[in-house]
Structure formats: structure tokens, C-alpha cells
Design a protein around this ligand. Sequence first.
Ligand SMILES: NC(=O)c1ccc[n+]([C@@H]2O[C@H](COP(=O)([O-])OP(=O)(O)OC[C@H]3O[C@@H](n4cnc5c(N)ncnc54)[C@H](O)[C@@H]3O)[C@@H](O)[C@H]2O)c1
Length: 285
Amino acid sequence: MAYNLLKGKKGIIFGALDSKSIAWKVAEKAFEEGAVFTLSNTATALRFGELDELAKKCNATIIPADATSVDDLTRVFEESMKVLGGKVDFVLHSIGMSLNVRKKRVYNDLDYNYLNKTLDISAISFHKMLQVAFKLDAINEWGSVVGLSYVAAQRTLYGYNDMADAKALLESIARSFGYIYGRDRKIRVNTISQSPTNTTAGSGVKGFDGLLDFTERMSPLGNANAEECAEYCITLFSDLTRKVTMQNLFHDGGFSSMGMSWKAMQIYNKSINCDCNDKKDTQMD
Ligand SMILES: NC(=O)c1ccc[n+]([C@@H]2O[C@H](COP(=O)([O-])OP(=O)(O)OC[C@H]3O[C@@H](n4cnc5c(N)ncnc54)[C@H](O)[C@@H]3O)[C@@H](O)[C@H]2O)c1
């Protein structure tokens, strides 16, 4: 059901790769809610993904960009303002990638070139986006910028690797730039800390299926899926949340406030006899 929450609003959505992507669902919902917007992703993603299909469906122009390139980002904001006929009201940063995760480098054996790339792609690109938009004065007053984060920014979760550091930086950038944007432009900047979600990026995390089951058991409302995350993003782009800024907003069915749940305890009790200090039982890395 649509509520016309974004009627008359213009935006830029970064990071839709395929129909599982959180950004893809945000684009579908934003379109339903009356927004016009452009879509952006890397040239490689455009070749291998399905973005054309989404663009057609949402009547959106695609502007390729590597989000680590200030020149590319400048082009995205300039062209978006041209195509959309003025400044934008919302921006979604839904971008993340770790070569250490992809190449199975564990946290105590990181490749530092990969780490630099992880931080650049997954966090510093958020700063670059905000800075480019600030210099171009590309966002309307009371506009809204949202980045996507994960609870590993605050708590250690096995297998999340250097992406945890990237998310901590991403959330910090939202606060630091949120102050400047709020003070000078009346624009809000927030991150949403989303449940594990079955997408290309999500399923790349080591032990993803186990993690998904664990968080489902631990969350009183169950995991939040990509579509529900998109709905939350829409509320943050709408005028209903104009004084929410500099926040990391958990959208995780309650997981982040839990210590132990009955459902998780059932599973834990089943394996309580396993000696987890015995290396023969447990392959750790
Ligand atoms: N899936 C999860 O479990 C989960 C949980 C919490 C937060 N998140 C975050 O949500 C966001 C979206 O991820 P998703 O789960 O929809 O997966 P996804 O794989 O569909 O999206 C990740 C996107 O990042 C893009 N990207 C990678 N490198 C880029 C670059 N250099 N420039 C521009 N774009 C680039 C990819 O092309 C892809 O579209 C990410 O920030 C991710 O960390 C995901």
C-alpha cells in the first residue's frame, strides 16, 4: 500500500545490483511513493547486474560511478540535478565490499591494500558523497541522506572481518557530517543498522546461514528483510522524520538489545556437551 510519502521528491539511489539488493527494494518503494530518482552503480555492476530492468520499471536514468571516485560522484550529482530538474531531496548510500572477505583473508591476517579498499568503498565513499553534494549544494533543505550499516560496528560478530571497521567509520561519518549538514543546510544524515539480509553482499559473509538463523532466534520480532528495510528508508526520506539526524537506527527486530533468547537457548542447550575448547571439534580461524 502506497501513502504518497515521497510525492514531489527527487533522489539518488546508489547500490542496486539485482532484485535482492536493499537499494533495489528502496527504488521500488520510492517509485511507489511518488519519488523521481536516478540510479548509480559501478560499470562492472551495470554489466553483470540487472539494473536496466529496474531503471525501466521506475522510469529512472542510470549514471555509472565508482563511489570511491570524487570525479564520478561529482558527475552523478551534476547529471542527476540536470535529469531531475533541480536539487535532490534524498540520497541512499547502499554500498559495501571487502576484498579481505572475498579472498578469505581472516582478521588477524589482513591484506592492508584490501583493507584500504574496504574502507574506501564501504565508508569513505559516504564522506565523498556528502562532501561532493555539499560543495555542489545539491541537496534541498530538509533533505535526507541514509547509509546502511550493521551491528558489527558496535559488537564483534564472528566472520564479519574488516567490514566491522568500515561500518564503525561509516556511522561516525554520519554523525560528523550530520552536524555540519544540520547546522548549515537543515539536512539530516543517518545510518540504518540492518539485520543480516540475504543479498549478494550479505551472503558473502562467512557462516552467513548460521548467522541468519542465530539472529532470527535472538530477535523478538525476527530478522528484518530487505523490503522492510526499504520501508524504513522511505520513512527517513519522508517529511515525517525531519528532526531525526546523526543517528544509527537499528532495524533488526530487536536483536541489538538482546543477550539471550528462549529460541537461541534451545539450540545452545542441545550442544552444551560439546567441548568447544577442543580444537578437534572446532575449526577456528
Ligand atoms: N545484506 C546484509 O546482511 C546487510 C546487513 C546490514 C547492512 N548491509 C549493508 O547494506 C548495503 C547494501 O548491501 P546489500 O546487502 O543490498 O548487497 P548488494 O550486494 O546488493 O549491494 C552492495 C552494492 O555495493 C555496490 N558497490 C560495490 N563497490 C562499489 C563501488 N566501488 N562503487 C559503487 N558501488 C559499489 C555493488 O555493486 C552493490 O550494488 C551495504 O552497505 C551492506 O554492507 C547489508
